[in-house]
Ligand binder design. Sequence first.
Ligand code: PLP
Length: 389
Amino acid sequence: MKKSTRVHHPSPVQVPADNRPVVAPIYQSVKFEFDTVEETVRSMRGERPGFFYMRASNPTTRQLELTLAALQDRDDCLATASGVNAITQTLLALTKQGDHVLCFIESYGPTRYVIRRLLGRFGVTHTMLSITDLVGIEQALATTPTRLVVFESPTNPVTKIADIEAITRLARRHGAATLLDNTLAGLHQHGQYDIDFFLHSLTKYASGSGDVMGGAVIARAELLRPLRIEFSVQGGVLDPHSAFLIQRGLRTYFVRYREQSAAAGRIAEHLARHSAIAGVHYPGLPTHPQHALARAQMTDFGTVVSFDLRAGAEAGRRFTESLRLFAKAASLGSTESLALAPQMLQPHDLTPEQRTTSGITDGLVRLSIGLEDVDDLLADIDRALAAAA
Ligand SMILES: *Cc1c(COP(=O)(O)O)cnc(C)c1O
């Protein structure tokens, strides 16, 4: 064998069956082979376990999928290259021309875009309500045959809480499937409810470090089976190196989520006492209009805190620019704290009336609380509030 051939045939290193790595290795391989053609064909037909091509599955990505499914109290999962990709692929897989989708003003912006602009182009219609309008939800489901209800809880940035028990009961009664983007609540919450599909951006709490993107749809295996082939042909799969990093991030998920939630609660309480602030939005605050519902549904209230500055948008800009420990950056759920000024939060696709309903005011600032010392964060916030006054 010439050396130029040899480099393509590295020596196989067999790890004995009784000798396992404590951390699973990264299977950084697109292709997998079997000894015989017959076994390859059986594998491609799904008649035996194994791997063939990374776009369909990969051991490292599969390990992450099984971990994610277990955390969300379901038995199967498909991991994707980003959270938005999970949303888009799932919506495309579940709808067809003539279907109707119920969605919400308070949803993640790109989700609204996919439903209105992308699905709209393919003849899928929608109704958009406010997530707290249970009467409207019941009416819409009773009068319009609906394929899917797509919602979030808590919502971002105003942390409204969806009544998950009521929404899933109404959807079930009227034959609609439910899809909950559970990114903000995290993988360990809401699993007890009758949700068909959970969506997650793994970019946020799962990875936790702000250095990798990923997404997932989690459901019972029988519900995911028809999606698997479509996800494979759309090709927006999570690569094994990212899957490895996210799997590593999950090791500290519970410690991070709980510690950062506790810090967010302290910061929300502190902000609520400040005279420059008209209102603080955090589900863990007793003054939150849906605090009782949040308590009933959740064990941890998350790390997103938003508040309305009485002095408006310019004060919000000065506040965020005066912060030293918070990056003025999008996203959430990482170990570093972030802040969004009012100018960065305005939803441009909503009508003025829908914007009012959304609760996003001219002076709204959003914080995402990280793992820094909470007293340092409070001092930074106080300094920035004084500078903004
Ligand atoms: C960030 C986010 C997404 C999108 O996730 P990406 O990984 O950035 O594509 C979807 N839904 C919610 C609620 C999010 O916060």
